[in-house]
Design a binder for this molecule. Sequence first.
Ligand SMILES: Cc1cc2nc3c(=O)[nH]c(=O)nc-3n(C[C@H](O)[C@H](O)[C@H](O)COP(=O)(O)OP(=O)(O)OC[C@H]3O[C@@H](n4cnc5c(N)ncnc54)[C@H](O)[C@@H]3O)c2cc1C
Length: 546
Amino acid sequence: MTQPTDSPGAAEHRDVIIVGAGLSGVGAACRLQQELPGKDYLILEGRENIGGTWDLFRYPGIRSDSDMFTLAYPFKPWRNRKSIADGDSIRDYIAEAAREYGVTERIRFGSRVVGASWDSATARWTVEVTTAQGTRHYSCSFLFMCSGYYDYDRGHQPEFAGREDYAGTWVHPQFWPEDLDHTGKRIVVIGSGATAVTLIPSLAGDAEHVTMLQRSPSYLTVLPSTDPVADRLRRFLPARLAHRLLRLQYVTLTQAFYQLARRRPERVKKVLRGLALRFLQDESYVDEHFTPSYEPWDQRLCVIPEGDFFTAINKGTASVITDHIDRITERGIRLRSGTELEADVIVSATGLSLKPLGGMTIHVDGEQVDIGKTVTYRGLMLSGVPNLAFCIGYVNASWTLRADLVARYVPRLLGLMDREQYAVATPVPAVSPDRPLLDLQSGYVQRSAHLFPRQGRREPWRLRQNFFLDAIGLGRADLRQDMSFTPASAVGARSAAVTKPSVAGIAVDRAPAPDSDTAPDSDTAPAAATAPATDTDTPALQEVTS
Ligand SMILES: Cc1cc2nc3c(=O)[nH]c(=O)nc-3n(C[C@H](O)[C@H](O)[C@H](O)COP(=O)(O)OP(=O)(O)OC[C@H]3O[C@@H](n4cnc5c(N)ncnc54)[C@H](O)[C@@H]3O)c2cc1C
């Protein structure tokens, strides 16, 4: 039966459409409301729930592996005692932020965006959405993609010879069966990444035994799951101030550790080895299973709170094997060394399948955009693609640190466009793309690098992995650099394309905008007297902490 379809011509219009109601989409909506309260926006969310990653993943023990002071929004204090938090608490936090900022009622759940087409004649995106009731269309002046970076419908599942012979339960952590009882079971977890080291201690309590089967070791670091300094600060200081201080402390520590790892890898290797040895007390075990061949932070560092994974190994409820799979058998896994691992449950913690821009197709004036051939502008827009931003977090620090900078950049750009009566902003590439977007050697990143935009070597065509430089750089960036603007007057359907200026305090019937060639950069010039302070008014330290 064909489902009913509305016509693109009847599309419901919004100033801004945000795609995705995860951590980034909700954060982006909160920022848009704070900075440009008059903007009319909608969030289109493909699933029925808020929270994205933190709602999808339900495997035992699911938790953050960054601290929550930096994974939380800067504008909403993290009040939970745990600084490494479980998935439910993070989902609740996102839902609470959405409620507090009036975002919840702007979300259209069950609305999967499958395509977006830009029409220069009207300066609008038409967005095609699949819902349970059929296809719907929306239009918007600006499209903000907060759709995450991986495929929600499938995880990465390598082909293993003989898999069809296996008689036990095969699980991918992205789709953990709600009714899977692992009590008393022999479990093998394939993989050595964050998911494997999170799952194993949680399963080990009730399982007969859990074996981590890794092809090669990963670096692990131990962090406390609560922080007494945070407890004290929160007791004596107002919540917002305590959150700001903690965020600054944690971001400084994590960025310093990252820089140290890149500049003095030998020192960091020694520290990480020392940590593993302190728990395991067995040099040959640490050498064999916890000494990777790559440098720290060539791949994302895995966190084990309180050393729980090492503790499970010490208790004998978990163990590690470093070997290659020869084939899957009826009863388990045969390794290249000849060992047979019997398993009632095999967990294929083999990672994510990455997917840019929520898997949707993008057309600009009828021509399909090959995202892999675009260059990223400041890591948040695409060369040659008008009025579209996307949100991607850091790989070396909490996602939200960057997501929030992007969420603040977009209202700055929209504010400039409103003030100057520009209908269209298009990044115009002035560099050749010569580097992948994500600078990690992890398999899951390498496999999909060609699908993502690339980056150049100079500003504004780079995606930096440095929060402090970005906090100051993005907050004060010249919005006009390498950006082509089209005045609303040059767009056919002017009145429809240009939304009423909605920066609070700038009247609709204000004086005509000055000639952009002679006027000072409006983003750095003083705003109208009643306009809210822009980011450029903010001292550098505040940009880092707010
Ligand atoms: C298991 C796991 C643990 C992680 N732990 C950490 C951590 O500790 N620290 C950290 O910094 N990062 C972590 N990450 C990265 C994590 O994804 C980010 O922290 C963050 O949650 C990303 O938020 P997001 O909103 O950008 O994307 P997501 O959480 O992926 O949300 C995207 C939303 O967009 C929706 N969507 C996607 N495509 C479409 C479409 N076409 N139409 C409509 N809706 C769409 C999705 O349904 C989803 O709700 C982890 C990731 C995973 C998978």
